[in-house]
Design a binder for this molecule. Structure first.
Ligand SMILES: [Mg+2]
Length: 86
């Protein structure tokens, strides 16, 4: 891992899938990754970014989904990532 510059609290992962042959499959998954022990510890800006992404999620009809993931969420993580590869 290397530190990068960016807006404070920006989510760890922003993953997109674009299928030019079937844009109904297009989606974006936003994930803040946390250790299980640190799952309730938010750094400066993280809650604000998640609030913004979740507002977009509400308006996107499922095309954008925002998560806070810990290792305990592995089943959900696999489910969400497989969803995009059908
Ligand atoms: Mg993180």
């Amino acid at each position: 891992m290397t530190p990068i510059q960016g807006d404070a609290g920006f989510p760890d992962l922003v993953m997109t899938l674009h299928d030019p042959d079937d844009e109904s499959r297009d989606r974006c998954i936003v994930a803040e990754l946390k250790s299980f022990r640190g799952r309730r510890d938010f750094q400066h800006g993280q809650k604000e970014w998640l609030t913004a992404w979740r507002a977009i999620e509400q308006r996107s009809q499922g095309a954008v989904r925002a998560f806070i993931w810990t290792p305990m969420d592995w089943d959900e993580i696999e489910r969400e990532l497989k969803e995009g590869t059908r």
